[in-house]
Design a protein around this ligand. Structure first.
Ligand SMILES: Nc1nc2c(ncn2[C@@H]2O[C@H](COP(=O)(O)OP(=O)(O)OP(=O)(O)O)[C@@H](O)[C@H]2O)c(=O)[nH]1
Ligand SMILES: [Mg+2]
Length: 280
């Protein structure tokens, strides 16, 4: 499978990010807890040199709890401030204020030495498309300031949101990178809905995910679709039969089955699943 999605607004967004980085103190990077490594944009480390850094392990409610703990340890060991959150419910966000002051301690002290009191911390919220940046901002602000939606590419331009006297957040469009060196990264990002899947072969993608789940989470497939997980190559047909996805002539509608399957997976209806682990 060759997965690629780099629409024009992302080129613009990346340029804007390079400009805005001069104005900010802190980068709040959201990663998707189901794919914490594949969902990290390799450009951020370079771009964010010298800035405070916080990683939010978002959508942790959709990921395997044991895996979440391992990923927390992984990022801590790399020296990041990291919090496990669910931006939709707000779980975990209460810790953020404290972590922001820790991550910006140097800046706050520098300000104090120069006699600048109470200048707000300016943070840029970054991450790949659909990872939950705008949802996080709304949840943290306690009101709907930023537009959200369950598809990639909802936010098209930068928007400053002034939360309170101590923190200002910059919402940014999710960006990918022009080429995935490793196609398994592209596949994982497509599975979680960070790549526009109208341009993809959804049935092929579904087969990839079914294969993985048959190995790692067979119980989840059995429970949801009564699937015979010994035969992953038959998995999509089984889903089509189980959910009665039929074409006019009575043949199986694989395209529809794949769509239902991804809706189930992305909506957490297959249970809590993590697609990659730190040591892999
Ligand atoms: N279950 C769950 N869903 C979440 C969480 N955070 C965000 N979502 C959902 O994920 C979808 C995408 O959220 P957005 O906030 O629009 O994502 P974004 O990162 O701003 O996306 P772009 O603007 O396209 O880059 C929405 O349907 C949210 O409701 C979370 O922690 N848990
Ligand atoms: Mg957004």
């Amino acid at each position: 499978m060759n997965i690629q999605w780099y629409p024009g607004h992302m080129t613009k967004a990346k340029r804007a990010m390079k400009e805005d980085i001069k104005l900010i103190d802190l980068i709040i990077e959201l990663v998707d807890a189901r794919v914490p490594l594949s969902s990290r944009n390799p450009d951020i480390d370079e771009l964010g040199k010298g800035k405070g850094r916080i990683i939010l392990l978002n959508k942790s409610d959709l990921a395997d709890e044991a895996a979440n703990d391992r990923w927390m340890e992984y990022f801590k060991a790399k020296g990041f401030h990291v919090i496990k959150v669910n931006s939709r419910s707000g779980a975990g966000l209460r810790q953020l204020g404290q972590v922001v002051s820790e991550a910006c301690r140097e800046k706050i002290e520098r300000d104090r030495r120069r006699g600048i009191l109470n200048r707000p911390v300016r943070a840029m919220v970054v991450g790949i498309p659909n990872v939950g940046k705008s949802t996080f901002i709304n949840s943290y602000a306690g009101k709907a300031c930023a537009k959200t939606g369950n598809k990639p590419g909802v936010t098209k331009g930068n928007q400053w949101i002034r939360l309170n006297k101590t923190l200002e957040l910059l919402d940014t469009p999710g960006i990918l990178w022009p080429r995935f060196e490793d196609q398994s990264v592209g596949i994982r990002l497509a599975c979680i809905g960070s790549v526009n899947d109208d341009i993809l072969d959804r049935t092929e993608l579904a087969l990839e995910l079914i294969k993985f789940l048959c190995e790692r989470y067979p119980e989840n497939l059995r429970e949801r679709y009564e699937m015979d997980t010994e035969h992953p190559e038959e998995g999509l047909a089984q889903i089509a039969r189980f959910r009665a996805c039929l074409l006019k002539g009575g043949e199986l509608d694989y395209e529809k089955a794949a769509k239902l399957f991804f809706d189930d997976f992305r909506g957490g209806r297959l249970g809590r699943i993590t697609l990659e682990l730190p040591e892999e």
